[in-house]
Design a binder for this molecule. Sequence first.
Ligand code: PLP
Length: 367
Amino acid sequence: MNRDKLLLTPGPLTTTLRTKLAMLNDWGSWDDDFNAVTASVRASLLKIIHGADSHVVVPLQGSGTFSVEAAVATLVPREGHVLVLDNGAYCKRAVRLTSLMGRRCTVLGFDEAEPVSVTALDEHLRGDATVTHVVLIHCETSAGIHNPLKQVAAVCESHGKGLIVDAMSSFAALEIDARNTRFDALIAASGKCLEGVPGMGFVFIRKAVLDACAGNSQSLAMDLHDQYVYMEKTGQWRFTPPTHVVAALHAAIEQFEAEGGQSARLARYTQNYQALIKGMTGLGFRPFLDPAIQAPIIVTFHAPSDPSYDFKAFYAAVRARGFLLYPGKLTQLETFRVGCIGAIDATDMVQATHAIADALQDLEMRR
Ligand SMILES: *Cc1c(COP(=O)(O)O)cnc(C)c1O
């Protein structure tokens, strides 16, 4: 088979031919043509969150985690105190990077099958005035939970705390509106629901806190304030930009807008999710999460209870049929994950469940 396999993962994702073709040019990093692409991407990103009045957007080279790390380093003063709302592996990653950068970090832990609790956050902030910033993962990609961003933002605002949101796997699919949801920083990346290719992240920073960010970062390359100031002055990236990634993101955003923007993307992913659930429950698989708290981004399924089940063999049998699954990331249970995002539709999801059915039969026969 010459066709690329479909990536049912949380990124990199399946991209369209048009997005791939956008990478066939060479660009000069200082050239006006490329600067115009960067400027256009930045303006489009701000539009997605209705943030042109309240926020700026700062792109950064690297995978999504680079931008999370840069956001914490840039937003949180060295003597700041970060409270991480923890209900999964990406939260634990945020705790680790915050601690490694020498910022004081406290963890408010929750079950990995439950959204973070706004009441618990409110209580914690009442009891500890030293917290300066709260970190929330909007869609906890490890289980697939949709965390209550709007409510968390309201509690942070009422306590006068900064909010840093990792919206990596939700941005452009779940609704995020800067006009009614206050956050100091929100982070996403090129290779997730915008359906670009991986290689850059971007951070929305609230204008009201931007100036105070100068000098916070102990890192040269990860200083978003410096990146912002330089980009505003010159129209250029501070250091070598991922030119092809930016060009691909520009093409991906054009397609995103033509599709109908965030609500249309959410509608397609929801159809993907429904087709997946229908097919998988028909095969006897059980989703890990309560549907009420499940984001239509990535679904965690319990592994088959058959003692001979082995993820690697299951993965290989599904892979041979053209679909790439994703391993589970839960601490206690044996699970696997199936992504609903990328340039795929409900027909692809139905075919994926057929491939999974055939794979199971294959493994059964080999046994
Ligand atoms: C994908 C993702 C990231 C970034 O991961 P990278 O491997 O650095 O791209 C961060 N947070 C969440 C919630 C994610 O889904």
